[in-house]
Ligand binder design. Structure first.
Ligand code: PLP
Length: 357
């Protein structure tokens, strides 16, 4: 066997949520959108497939960048399309973090940040969040000040809460970049727009967006970054020449051009989210008020693993998550429930009720 780099030998690799390939599951574990994508997306894929697939795609994604720029009120040279938001996160780590550089991120949050820093061989530190998911800015400030990259998902996962722009601005590292991961930025009642880029620290902030969640396109793999053109130009040197294919570029452009479709689906998800949160509470669970398409829930005295397994035995998948060494050295564990359709949510709640009753 060839020897891997020590940085790779040391890690287990990121483990994504389960993706069962057989039918019949109520899948509430990886924050997919339960509603289909816009019909215009399907038409765009069909028409692109009938086009010239023997030719490489547009390496810059010109049409998509124009549409995304219009949507966010920036010029198209502020946009970098990628093969999913995760690819942009990889491009950012490869662009900004050398071996001795520090990468930081809130904890608990999206574990991929840590894996990407490990793969790059960069140093990393977890910025421990308070028990109510707020920041202790005085405690984390010294680490922010030394960071080359600070990753902050807003809304956060697994908790689903958002942080204000005033808080976010205090997380910008003076010698590096703040990556505002807005994978769930279309789900708050007031969806996030790129206003923060207009503030002073703008050129130190990169926003990352995905079409996997609000646009119902997790199977397509498409995301994009929004940042100052000089930042985008640098990141472009790092990306693969043809990181987005012809079909996904056509589909993603059609998706963001059909805002009505996305807004109707996110409105339905917000309504179901409120009902799910209230019902969880009435079953004796704690549930964090969520701005995303999932709800983080814990039970004061039942085992989360037992609940997860009992649901799975009835073909309902939720995400059991464990975060060791969280605040005060304790372990935080709980269940992250994706907001499904009303029917899926009813099935989940009825089953949950029979498990904890
Ligand atoms: C916080 C966060 N960022 C990024 C992603 C990945 O998005 P994509 O599917 O575009 O790679 C996810 C997916 O679950 C996520 O939760």
């Amino acid at each position: 066997m060839p020897r891997f780099r020590p940085a790779i030998e040391r890690i287990d690799g990121y483990a994504p949520g389960e993706q069962p390939q057989d039918a019949g599951w109520t899948k509430l574990n990886t924050n997919e959108n339960p509603y289909p994508p816009s019909p215009r997306v399907i038409e765009a894929i069909e028409s692109a497939a009938r086009g010239r697939l023997n030719i490489y795609p547009d390496p810059l994604g010109t049409r998509f960048r124009k549409a995304a720029g219009e949507l966010f009120g920036v010029d198209s040279d502020w946009i970098l399309p990628a093969n999913g938001s995760d690819e942009n996160l990889t491009i950012i780590v490869r662009s900004f973090a050398d071996a001795d550089d520090l990468v930081t991120f809130p904890y608990p949050s999206y574990i991929l940040y840590e894996t990407l820093a490990d793969i790059q061989g960069a140093r990393h530190e977890r910025l421990l969040l308070n028990a109510d998911w707020s920041w202790d800015l005085d405690r984390v400030r010294p680490m922010i000040e030394q960071s080359r990259i600070v990753f902050v998902p807003n809304p956060n996962s697994p908790s689903g809460n958002s942080w204000s722009h005033d808080t976010i601005e205090q997380l910008v590292p003076p010698g590096g970049v703040l990556v505002l991961d807005e994978a769930y930025g279309d789900f708050p009642a007031e969806p996030h727009r790129a206003q923060i880029l207009q503030r002073d620290a703008g050129s130190r902030i990169i926003i990352t967006r995905t079409l996997s969640k609000s646009y119902s396109l997790a199977g397509l793999r498409f995301g994009f970054a929004i940042a100052h053109p000089d930042v985008i130009t640098g990141m472009r040197k790092v990306k693969d020449s043809y990181n987005c294919d012809t079909l996904s570029l056509a589909a993603a452009t059609a998706a963001i051009e059909d805002q009505d479709w996305m807004l109707a689906n996110t409105a339905k998800i917000r309504a179901t989210r409120t009902r799910l949160t209230n019902e969880l509470r009435s079953l004796g669970f704690n549930a964090v008020d969520s701005d995303a398409n999932f709800v983080w829930t814990t039970h004061p005295d039942r085992s989360h693993r037992t609940i997860y397994e009992a649901l799975k035995a009835r073909r309902i998948l939720v995400r059991l998550m464990t975060f060791p060494e969280a605040l005060n050295g304790g372990t935080i564990d709980g269940l992250r429930i994706t907001v499904g359709t009303d029917e899926e949510t009813d099935r989940f709640l009825e089953t949950l009720c029979s498990i904890v009753a």
